[in-house]
Write a protein that binds this ligand. Structure first.
Ligand code: MTE
Length: 344
């Protein structure tokens, strides 16, 4: 149970990793001819749609996405508009966002999810809502999404392993979803659970798992309805690739990435604080709050700085880590009077 850690191979740097991925593609090119040469030419092409009222980041190269977008979702994605709170830092190229992943259900190496989630079937999808709310039950994803207008939010994503990305998500505020289930006054916490389906998720069948499944995350209710908490159903203008948590995931940009739970199948409103996956795995190293905090180091490494992906040949792109990942103006008030060293 070593838990999450930046392995030395990852620290070495992600360029080695991408070169290896590039090599895999190049090997494919020899076998597949024209198709693969198109794949190689598409390296990190990012286009911006510049029609007057919208500038959504769209990836126009080869799409590392094994699933077709369900027809009902296509027009919704097209109508997405730029939302608030987007950073103007450069977005991490799609090739990194979709190939350098943490999704233990599909393997623990960064390159495993894109390979092993290829056939993941997320259509149709049922979301179950339980607990302290007036509207509970099982809902079809299409019905869940129907009333929500989509927006793009370009957020920083800071992993507890001290690397970071900038991702153009498509989705809607978590607060808007929560409101529809009408949680009652006993609902103090929200618990989220990833699909449990060992047949589709090889990590869940493995006897050597670092964590227990299903993957569970949680937020205090006031955190969950904060304006930054986001439900993502897409990125780079398209539906979410399976490796990024299709068909819907959480994005909590002021917290370490492990709070941003993928492929959510159940949401529960609770009186008590839920036990969460990484906390259960190693409570000395991973807390419930997991707010990005450069002043509270992980027991095995510093959280004072981070490696922004992608690095270049000449620069390791180390940048200082910001309190609450730079989102203090929106969220610091949630933690007034709390000892953040103890409640890490
Ligand atoms: N959700 C589930 N179900 N399983 C996981 O292993 N990994 C988390 C989070 N959500 C994880 C998960 C971690 S550690 C990070 S950093 C982010 O997903 C990574 O999201 P990305 O792969 O889309 O960048």
């Amino acid at each position: 149970m070593a838990g999450m850690q930046p392995r030395s191979s990852e620290i070495t740097d992600e360029r080695t990793f991408m070169r290896r991925r590039g090599f895999i593609k190049a090997a494919g090119a020899i076998a597949a001819g024209a198709v693969a040469s198109r794949a190689l030419a598409a390296d990190s092409a990012v286009a911006t749609n510049t029609s007057a009222e919208r500038r959504i980041l769209v990836h126009e190269g080869e799409v590392l996405h094994s699933q077709a977008t369900p027809p009902w979702l296509v027009p919704k994605l097209r109508e997405a508009v730029p939302g608030n709170f987007s950073t103007n830092e450069s977005a991490t190229p799609y090739e990194y966002v979709s190939q350098y992943n943490n999704f233990y259900e599909f393997g623990t190496d960064k390159g495993d999810p894109v390979e092993n989630a290829r056939d993941f079937n997320s259509e149709p999808w049922t979301l179950e809502v339980t607990g302290e709310a007036d509207r509970t039950g099982k809902f079809n994803l299409e019905d869940i999404l129907k009333p929500h207008a989509l927006e793009e939010r370009i957020y920083r994503l800071r992993c507890v392993e001290a690397w970071s990305m900038v991702v153009p998500w498509i989705g809607f505020p978590l607060a808007d979803l929560i409101r529809r289930f009408e949680p009652n006054s006993n609902a103090k916490f929200v618990r989220f659970e990833t699909l449990f389906d060992p047949q589709q998720m090889p990590g869940q069948r493995s006897r050597f798992t670092a964590i227990d499944y299903p993957y569970v995350e949680g937020l205090r209710i006031d955190e969950a309805v904060n304006e930054l908490a986001f439900v993502a159903i897409g990125l780079y203008g398209r539906s979410l690739p399976p490796q990024n948590g299709a068909p819907l995931r959480l994005v909590v940009p002021w917290k370490y990435g492990f709070k941003s739970i993928k492929s959510i199948a159940r949401i529960s409103f609770l009186r008590e604080r839920p036990k969460t996956t990484w906390e259960l795995s190693n409570s000395r190293e991973y807390g419930f709050y997991a707010n990005v905090n450069p002043e509270v180091d992980h027991p095995r490494w510093s959280q004072g700085s981070e490696r922004r992906l992608p690095g270049s040949l000449f620069s390791r792109s180390r940048t200082e880590t910001l309190m609450f990942n730079g989102y203090a103006p929106q969220v610091a008030h949630l933690y007034t009077g709390m000892n953040l060293k103890r409640n890490f």
